[in-house]
Design a protein around this ligand. Sequence first.
Ligand SMILES: [Cu+2]
Length: 177
Amino acid sequence: MIKLHVLFALCITACLPLAVTADEPAPDPEAGKRVDALGYAREMPSGAPVGAAYLQLRNPANAARVLKRIEAPAHPAAKIELHTTQQVDGVSRMRPVEKLAVPAQGVLEMGPGATHLMVHGVRLKAGDTLALRLVFADGGIQQLELPVLGLTESPPAGMRAGKPQDAHHHHHHHGHG
Ligand SMILES: [Cu+2]
C-alpha cells in the first residue's frame, strides 16, 4: 500500500503540469505574421539537372515581408535559390536574387517564365512532396509542403499557369537543362 501511495503522489506532481499545458496551448509568436502560401514544384524532365518550384505568397499584414531564404529540411544537401526572370534583348534570362519582397497586403506571385525557385540537389518526381521552410528577414519562419506535379499537370487553382514556351525558354537559355 505504501508503494502505491508513492506512485500516486509522483503521478500527481509529474502529470499535473502536462495536463495544464495541454489545456492552454502556448501563444504562437508568429501569429499575425503569416503569409498565405500556395505552391507547387514541377517534376524534372529526364536529364534536367535542376528543378523548379513556384509559390504564391499573400501577405495580409500592413507591413511588407521579405523572404530571404528557403530551405528543404528533408534534403540537407539541397540548395534552393530565389530566381527572377528578365527579358534582355528579347531573351529571357534568370538570375539569383538575395531576397524577395511580399508587399503589404499584396502578393508575391511566382510562375514559369517569371520569379521562381530553383531547386538544386533534389530529384523531383511527380506525386512526391517537397517540404519547404521559408525564412523571412524579420526572423519569421513558415513551413510549407508543395506537391510535385507531373509535366502536364495544371498548377493549383489561382496560380499562374505560364505558357509552355516560357518553360522551354527558361530551361533552354540558362543552362539548367
Ligand atoms: Cu532559375
